[in-house]
Design a protein around this ligand. Structure first.
Ligand code: VGL
Ligand code: ZN
Length: 200
C-alpha cells in the first residue's frame, strides 16, 4: 500500500481512445487490466474523462478541416481532432473493463466549447483550473503517479502541470499508450523530463 500523500491519476481510459474508438490509441485497451491491478495500492485515486459537447471547437468537423491539422485558437495552436468523447456517448464512457468503483473523484474536462483541456489541472489556455489541484492539496497529496491515455497529450499535459505546481510526479509509461503524431511522443517525453517528471 502506498502512503496517503500519493495519488494515482488514471487519465482518459475511455472507449474513444481504445481500439475501435473515434480517436483510437494503438494498444489503448492493453493497460486496463494492469491499471485495475494497481488501483488497490493507492489510497487516493482520481480518474479523468475527456468530456466534450458535440460542437466542441477541438473537432475538425467544426472548422470544415481535416482531422490532425491545426488551427489558431485564442490561447494558441490547437490540433483538430476527429469528433470524440461526446458528453454522454458510448465513446466517452470508461472502457468497460476498467474498475471505476475505486475512483474517489472523477474529473471531467474539455466541456467548454471554446477551450480544449488536455491536462487534468488546467485547460489549454493554461489558466482555467479544473479544481484538481485543490482537491489533491486538501487531501494532503504531494506526489502523483500518472497512467492512461494518451501518453503524448493528456498524460503529458497533466504530468507537466502537476510538476509545475510542485507535485512530485511519475509517469508509469508501461501503463500508458501514445498517439505519436508528428513526433509528439518524443517531444512529450523530452518536455516531461525537462519539467522534472520521472518516467518509469
Ligand atoms: C486526448 C486528444 C484530444 C487525450 C484528448 O486524452 O490524450 N487527446 N483529446
Ligand atoms: Zn479531447
Amino acid at each position: 500500500m502506498r502512503p496517503a500523500n500519493e495519488a494515482l491519476l488514471v487519465i482518459d481510459v475511455q472507449n474513444d481512445f481504445c481500439p475501435g474508438g473515434a480517436l483510437a490509441v494503438t494498444g489503448g485497451d492493453e493497460i486496463v487490466d494492469p491499471i485495475n491491478a494497481l488501483l488497490p495500492e493507492y489510497q487516493v485515486r482520481v480518474f479523468t474523462q475527456d468530456w466534450h459537447p458535440a460542437d466542441h471547437l477541438s473537432f475538425a468537423s467544426q472548422h470544415g478541416a481535416d482531422p490532425m491539422t491545426t488551427t489558431e485558437m485564442h490561447y494558441g495552436t490547437q490540433v483538430l481532432w476527429p469528433d470524440h468523447c461526446i458528453i454522454g456517448s458510448d465513446g466517452a464512457a470508461f472502457h468497460p473493463g476498467l474498475e471505476t468503483d475505486p475512483a474517489n473523484l472523477i474529473i471531467r474536462k474539455g466541456f467548454r466549447r471554446e477551450i480544449d483541456s488536455y491536462s487534468a489541472f488546467f485547460e489549454n489556455d493554461k489558466m482555467t483550473p479544473t479544481g484538481l489541484e485543490g482537491y489533491l492539496r486538501s487531501r494532503g497529496v504531494d506526489t502523483v503517479a500518472c497512467v492512461g491515455l494518451a501518453t503524448d497529450f493528456c498524460v503529458n499535459y497533466s504530468a507537466v502541470d502537476a510538476a509545475n505546481l510542485g507535485f512530485k510526479v511519475t509517469v508509469i509509461e508501461s501503463l500508458c499508450r501514445g498517439i505519436d503524431f508528428d513526433g509528439s511522443l518524443d517531444a512529450a517525453r523530452a518536455g516531461m523530463r525537462t519539467a522534472g517528471v520521472e518516467l518509469s
